[in-house]
Design a protein around this ligand. Structure first.
Ligand code: ZN
Length: 588
């Protein structure tokens, strides 16, 4: 016997089979029974929730002559005609591939002829929002004055794209997404009918992955059934559908809790070997973190969370040293990762690095030290060549990231941070110890905004210089740069106002998320800084001149230095326009 896909075999045949859309079935039934039938319907909702199926049921029901107004008999001429596959009175048009006016003209032409077998001529237009404006306009006339024997059923996933003129002429039904319970109970029914053994846990794997779509749920069910046969275990189903088992996430979170980088990398490797893709892996981890928080907060019962009692208590006792705040921060990092993953040229490395960062959440800047420790020949595990290679890769990636961030900081509009602060209240960005110098502009902008003018001015002509990057508290010197070695004005201000220094220290600690020891230094500009300073003071004209090849040659030959430039007066051609002062004052 040929295998018939479950999705087809168990497609609902009448309104009483429709799962999750009982409100719609009820309204339609009432209308049919009461004889108050609208001539145009619009079914909206996300994909796979039963819009087209309901349209077909409605068409069958309306044209059935079997006597029961609610259940198509399947025996009468109309029912047979429809199930025959090429019905004479029911037309299905997929607007996604028939968008034009001509397709609609074809429909309109058919509208004029009475039905052949049934009572109505029924037009089902799927994805109706895809029709062109011309096609909608052509349709409108028929919708305004339809012949008695015509019924239109439109279906769409994007009702906002359907013109108002159409919307005002149809009876609209909104289809709901299906809950996990609704999909599970439909699958349970199918299992009973088909003699398939499956636990609730197994069926929930389908129901969760289906994400509100019955059709998707049935497709996954088919996919797994072809592989497992009548004995469906949750593990086998997960494996077929590429869904990571929850144990993987317990391993990961335990590695994160223990700052175990090797464990994080191993988990990713493990997932890859099982053929799990990153998108379901990260989705699964997100769900896992949510369940972890919910069980800790006693917010929901095991039943509501869709987990067994055993699993619930496992969640509850997991990773005790991670605080709820840590789990929220990990979730935030995960969400950021999910957003950037699809743009990444090396998704695996990105996932691994992010997991490593999660593992070193409270010591983010020590990540390099941890990596170095793995490479240390005196430590166990250093002989693992694959791991060493991985560590080098991660180190390179950290380097590239830091460079990119620093560059971005330099190019960033210094007012951006200020504007953000005004509109959202300060969300303090955090920086690694390596990024402090680059972050200085944004910190200054914040001080100018929130600490007042006097303190802000006292910080002019400064850079931040850092000491030993591994030392805690982290040594930072607020360094005043001047032409001479004398104390600068700003340094004196800081000396007279110790509260400025204290406040700056607090702000730095906030940005770096670590203890800071802050000192004040004064020094003269070094050569590179002199150069930058000089260039900053030059006019654009002088900057151009500096690049002039003749001058460069002169400099080279005589070690010459440009100390003064004079722009010669050129004759200015007066403008021809009249009634307008020409701006021709000579610059002698
Ligand atoms: Zn019938």
């Amino acid at each position: 016997m040929a295998y018939v896909a479950m999705a087809r075999k168990w497609r609902p045949q009448s309104f009483s089979d429709m799962v999750g859309q009982e409100h719609i079935a009820q309204t339609l039934q009432n209308a049919i029974e009461g004889g108050r039938l609208h001539h145009a319907f619009l079914f909206t909702g996300t994909r796979g929730v039963g819009k087209t199926t309901s349209a077909r049921i409605l068409a069958r029901t309306l044209n059935c002559t079997g006597g029961d107004p609610l259940h198509p008999c399947g025996q009468c001429e109309s029912c047979k005609d429809i199930s025959g596959g090429n019905p004479m009175d029911v037309f299905e048009i997929d607007a996604a591939s028939n968008t034009g006016v001509d397709n609609i003209r074809d429909v309109i032409e058919r509208v004029q002829y009475p039905p052949v077998i049934g009572k109505y001529k029924i037009f089902i237009i799927d994805e109706v929002h895809m029709l062109s404006t011309g096609a909608f306009n052509a349709l409108l006339k028929t919708l305004e004055e339809p012949p008695e024997h015509v019924i239109f059923i439109f279906a769409t996933t994007e009702v906002n794209k359907v013109p108002q003129t159409i919307l005002s002429r149809v009876q609209r039904f909104d289809f709901k997404r299906l809950s996990v319970e609704q999909i599970r109970s439909r699958l349970r029914y199918i299992c009973e009918q088909e003699g398939i053994n499956a636990t609730d846990e197994t069926l929930d794997v389908f129901a969760e992955k289906a994400d509100g779509s019955m059709r998707d749920g049935l497709t996954y069910f088919d996919q797994a059934y072809a592989f497992t046969g009548s004995d469906m275990t949750a593990d086998a189903v997960r494996s077929v559908l590429g869904i990571p088992p929850v144990e993987l996430f317990f391993t990961l979170i335990t590695a994160i809790e223990g700052h175990d980088l090797k464990g994080c990398f191993k988990m990713v490797d493990d997932a890859c070997k099982r053929g799990i893709e990153f998108t379901p892996l990260l989705d699964g981890f997100g769900k896992f973190l949510r369940n972890l928080l919910y069980t800790r907060l006693d917010a929901f019962t095991p039943d509501v969370l869709n987990v067994s009692e055993d699993l619930y208590s496992k969640y509850k006792s997991a990773v005790p040293s991670l605080k709820n705040g840590d789990i929220l921060r990990i979730s935030k990092m995960l969400i950021d990762l999910q957003a950037t993953l699809r743009y990444s040229t090396n998704p695996r490395l990105l996932v691994e690095t992010t997991f490593a960062r999660m593992a070193w959440l409270d010591h983010l800047t020590d990540l390099r030290r941890a990596l170095a420790a793995i490479n240390d020949p005196s430590k166990a595990g250093a002989s693992d060549e694959a791991l060493k290679k991985k560590v080098t890769e991660v180190q390179n990636m950290l380097d590239a990231e830091e460079e990119a961030k620093a560059l971005q900081q330099r190019e960033e509009n210094p007012f951006a941070a200020l504007q953000q602060g005004i509109s959202t209240g300060y969300s303090v960005p955090t920086y690694s110890r390596y990024e402090l110098a680059a972050a200085w502009n944004s910190i200054r902008a914040r001080i100018a905004d929130s600490e007042g003018f006097a303190m802000s001015v006292a910080l002019n002509d400064t850079v931040l210089e850092t000491g030993d990057l591994q030392q805690t508290p982290f040594p930072v010197a607020l360094t005043y740069l001047s032409e001479t070695a004398e104390d600068s004005w700003g340094a004196k201000q800081m000396d007279e106002h110790p509260e400025y220094l204290e406040r700056l220290k607090q702000i730095l600690e906030e940005y770096l998320q670590t203890a800071v020891s802050l000192s004040i230094k004064t020094r003269v500009f070094n050569e590179a800084e002199q150069q930058i300073r000089k260039q900053a003071q030059m006019s654009p004209y002088e900057l151009d001149l500096e690049k002039e090849p003749g001058l460069q040659k002169l400099k080279q030959l005589f070690a010459a230095e440009l100390i003064y430039s004079h722009k010669s007066a050129r004759p200015v051609v007066p403008q021809q326009s009249e009634g307008c002062d020409s701006d021709n004052d000579d610059n002698a």
